[in-house]
Design a protein around this ligand. Structure first.
Ligand code: CS2
Length: 447
């Protein structure tokens, strides 16, 4: 059999005007896709940097930054080649990172670094005690050109270079599942700068626009079978394809002082009131995901698709949605139709979205996905069964029931009290809540 042909560009890559941090599958299914589908895509290339090791950059470099996006509908796959990644770099290529950010051609930095990548402490501000953060603060304080590793430090180092070079205004666009992520990033950047490079603060205030964005596209990890399927369907070898669902959403709020692609042509929405979209996404989709990730494995399920076929899990899901829905700042009918659409998306069994993937970093996810609804319900004097179940499921998971734990913040959780203390110390004295969670832990362990 002849060798499959490699992926190769048939025209030059677009000029780099966007720098992205976090070269993962979600970015390649979402922001890179929107940029590729903007009407002015030829003017907007992306230089994408990995969060840690160079592996993904190396693989993509071997195929000129091209990759196949597989849009996986219940009835079949559609394939397209995305060509918008004009440059790919490992995290260790700090010199390139800084040079891009200093360039006036670069109009924005987009980021997908996961919830834990923001290195926040319990109060939502920069966790200066975290060893990696403390090390980066000391490094930049000693030398603004020092090599740093945490996301916030990398951004600040890049901004320092831009200020020094007179690169002009720039937009920072976080694309992670955190409410008001533009304000979150603004606070972290300011706190880092105040500590490490206080003289930079004035330039940041005058030149940096922090854009808030709500993102959505379910994108599971690629499997070896996906690579084989592409080779047999398309006849070429793609070592780094991405599989995603047909649905996508991007809602943005903020200014782009150095311009942006016409993402609206690809369906992105620009608004001045993003909170309802964030709540709908974070509580109804991500909250339901986390609920299932911690509870459905106790009933033997491994994927979201398997879980939503189980009538017991369906009841759990509906219960959570009934609690959360009324607090989403959108009309009831809209919230209900979003929930129906979600059930269809979750039921797409061809996606094989692993619950273990969603279960990661629960200590960072539950506070934004479940706690806001829990607090509203407690303020109304109710003990909400759906929210209680999500937290009880997480406790079971931490105690070793369910999928393996991947969360740097959880050592020391032995019981419901210590789990609540980690999520929000203000919840610890709430006896009714604690007892309800303890009872639910026992019920779930009986499944
Ligand atoms: C998931 C999200 O892994 C997770 O925590 O809930 O990645 C989810 O699939 C995306 O936010 C969908 O847009």
């Amino acid at each position: 059999m002849s060798e499959p042909r490699p992926l190769m560009r048939d025209r030059p890559a677009p000029p780099v005007r966007i720098v992205h941090l976090g070269l993962g599958n979600f970015f390649r299914a979402h922001q890179a896709w929107y940029t590729a589908h903007a009407t002015d895509a030829d003017d907007w290339g992306i230089a994408a940097f990995t969060g840690r090791g160079p592996a993904t950059a190396d693989i993509l470099n071997a195929q000129e930054g091209l990759y196949t996006l597989v849009t996986r509908a219940p009835g079949g796959d559609e394939f397209e080649t995305v060509s918008t990644l004009s440059a790919r770099h490992g995290a260790d290529d700090h010199g390139r990172w800084v040079r891009y950010l200093a360039s006036p051609e670069v109009a924005m930095v987009t980021m997908t670094v996961t919830e834990s990548g923001y290195t926040r402490g319990g109060d939502g501000g920069l966790d200066r005690e975290m060893p990696s953060v403390a090390k980066d603060i000391a490094a930049l304080r000693a030398d603004p050109r020092a090599v740093v590793g945490t996301a916030v430090a990398r951004v600040v180092a890049g901004l320092a270079a831009r200020a020094a070079a007179g690169g002009g205004p720039i937009a920072l666009v976080p694309c992670d599942n955190l409410p008001d992520n533009g304000a979150v990033l603004a606070r972290l950047v300011r706190e880092f700068t105040d500590t490490a490079l206080p003289a930079l603060g004035g330039w940041i205030d005058a030149n940096v626009s922090f854009v808030t964005s709500a993102v959505d596209r379910i994108t599971p990890a690629t499997t070896p079978d996906d690579v084989v399927a592409i080779e047999s369907a398309l006849g070429y070898r793609d070592a780094a394809p991405v599989v995603t669902e047909p649905f996508r959403e991007w809602v943005l709020c903020g200014d782009f002082p150095a311009g942006r692609p016409r993402w609206e042509a690809a369906g992105a929405v620009f608004t001045t009131d993003i909170a309802p979209y964030e709540q709908r996404k974070l509580w109804l989709l991500n909250g339901a995901h986390s609920l299932l990730a911690y509870t459905a494995p106790l009933r033997g399920h491994r994927t979201v698709g398997e879980a939503v076929e189980d009538p017991v899990c369906q009841v759990w899901l509906e219960q959570w949605w009934r609690e959360a829905g009324p607090y989403v700042g959108l009309p009831d009918a809209e919230v209900r139709s979003y929930q129906r659409a979600l059930l269809d998306r979750f039921s797409n069994r061809r996606m094989r979205h692993q619950l273990a993937q969603i279960a990661m970093d629960g200590s960072q996810k539950l506070p934004v996905r479940v706690l806001p609804v829990l607090r509203h319900e407690r303020a109304a004097g109710r003990v909400p069964a759906g929210a209680v179940r999500a937290i009880a499921g997480w406790v079971c998971h931490l105690l070793g029931n369910g999928v393996p734990v991947t969360d740097p913040r959880v050592p020391g959780v032995r019981d419901v009290g210590s789990a609540l203390a980690l999520l929000d110390p203000a919840l610890v004295p709430d006896r009714d809540l604690r007892v309800a969670i303890e009872e639910e832990v026992r019920r779930l362990q009986g499944h």
